[in-house]
Ligand binder design. Structure first.
Ligand code: CMC
Length: 426
């Protein structure tokens, strides 16, 4: 196999190295293209652009493969927990039993928020979207730890371990408080006897006069949801985190920007959009057929379908689809929206429109139904994605921050506006 690529421009030939990844992915290294030729590459939406080298997550979208630090997602989902996977993603190895206990204990210790933040939550009107509060509060959190949020790269890297532990823990407290702010409910403080996921459910649903005791199935299902969202290489929010980080910005500012990137319906907002879509289909008395037709005619988008990288079934969707069935069966409940989702899936995966475009269910197709089954309110769906994605954002921030050659992310453009013109004097 050649290890260089040749590009011919105006009859002149230029040679560029080919970079090969661990799994044999290939990239043409065009870093010198502009200085050599005066040309840049054009790749709207970055579908063919490798923006970095990364050791964290591997995806083979054609085969439907996802691995965190080399471990297949299916094995992690079966044998691990969100907290252990968070450690794996950030530090590169699964924790030993002692490391896991230490990590748990450190996270547990960081669960509460400075009381000064209460008045910030109080300042939001009820009905504020929890994603808006989450993003603002994560950035504000840095104000309480100025030594960790200095924008002095060396100093911020030195404090990374503490800042990461703190963010993994407090994102969950802030998330629960955002929900309670939205609903105008009193804040509930974390408990030291509960593990990560159960503690979150307690902060969401306990009342001063009534302690919520989540059952094991619910905790397990939510933990699985978080684990499956822990990283997904260079998606929109993670690329945003890396981009902000590349300017030298601190961890708190960078993950806050990640939350904003995640919010949109084409990315993390899709989990709520899927359930809204299923509700509309149900309300219209459609069995899904009319909706599929509308999607094919470009009048609607089948939310939870299609992916920039997966051209096959997203492995997370398979796991989540089975999890929804299991959770509902354990609860002895049925969800008519799940029946509609299964029908839509069957129609779509057998329809040439979707088959030709390689559109399959993505992570969001069943994740919203899982959240709904365990009682998470619709407005909180994307917040749940953000809690799950925090380890990935932290690991990517660190990769940028410790890279030997720290280059600011700064794409170029092709200018298509007015040519030079002069102001007419009147
Ligand atoms: N329903 C109907 N048609 C679709 C869909 C869909 N969900 N997704 C893509 N298409 C069509 C699209 O219209 C286009 O058709 P044509 O070639 O005739 O113009 C073709 O498929 C290629 O689509 P694209 O928009 O160029 O693909 P993309 O890689 O830019 O977009 C996507 C990827 C995920 C934004 C898109 O598939 C989509 O909007 N899906 C629905 C939203 C969604 O589920 N988002 C969650 C993504 S996974 C989790 C995450 O990363 O957050």
């Amino acid at each position: 196999m050649p290890d260089t690529a040749r590009i011919i421009i105006d009859g002149k030939e230029y040679e560029y190295p080919i970079i090969t990844g661990t799994e044999n992915e290939k990239a043409i290294d065009t870093r010198n293209l502009r200085s050599d030729t005066g040309h840049i590459t054009f790749d709207e939406g970055f579908g063919n652009t490798g923006s970095c080298l990364s050791d964290i997550t591997f995806i083979d979208g054609e085969k439907g493969i996802l691995r965190y630090r080399g471990y297949p997602i299916e094995q992690l989902a079966k044998h691990s927990s969100f907290i252990s996977v968070a450690y794996l993603i950030i530090y590169g190895e699964l924790p030993s039993a002692a490391q896991r206990e230490n990590w748990r204990e450190n996270i547990r210790r960081e669960a509460s928020l400075h009381t000064g933040m209460n008045s910030m939550f109080d300042g939001y009107p009820t009905r504020s979207h929890p994603m808006a509060i989450l993003s603002a509060m994560l950035n504000s959190l840095g104000c309480y730890y100025p030594h960790m949020a200095s924008n002095n790269r060396q100093q911020d890297v030195e404090h990374f371990d503490n800042a990461a532990t703190l963010l993994i823990s407090k994102v969950r407290t802030i998330a629960a408080m955002s929900y309670r702010t939205e609903k105008g409910l009193p804040y509930v403080w974390p408990r030291s006897d509960l593990r990560y996921t159960a503690n979150f459910l307690h902060m969401m649903f306990s009342e001063p006069y009534n302690t919520y005791e989540p059952d094991e199935d619910t905790v397990e299902a939510l933990d699985l949801f978080l684990l499956l969202h822990a990283d997904h290489e260079q998606n929109c929010s993670t690329s945003t985190v890396r981009m902000v980080a590349s300017s030298g910005a601190n961890l708190f500012a960078s993950v806050s920007a990640g939350v904003s990137g995640l919010w949109g319906p084409l990315h993390g907002g899709a989990n709520a959009a899927v359930v809204k879509m299923l509700m509309e289909i149900e309300r219209d008395g459609d069995d899904g057929t009319r909706f599929i037709q509308a999607a094919k005619e470009g009048k609607a988008r089948l939310m939870g379908f299609g992916h920039r990288v997966y051209k096959n079934y997203d492995p997370r969707a398979k796991i989540l689809g089975r999890a929804v069935e299991r959770v509902l069966a354990n609860m002895g409940r049925k969800d008519p929206l799940l029946d509609i989702a299964r029908r839509l899936e069957q129609e779509a995966i057998n329809d040439p429109y979707f088959v030709d475009r390689k559109l399959y269910p993505n992570v969001d197709f069943y994740s919203g139904l899982l959240l709904r089954a365990i009682g998470i309110p619709l407005d909180m769906f994307t917040v749940m994605f953000a809690i799950g994605r925090m380890p990935g954002w932290l690991a990517h921030w660190r990769e940028v921050a410790i890279a030997p050659k720290q280059r600011i992310y700064r794409p170029r453009q092709i200018y298509t506006g007015q040519a030079k013109r002069d102001i007419e004097e009147v």
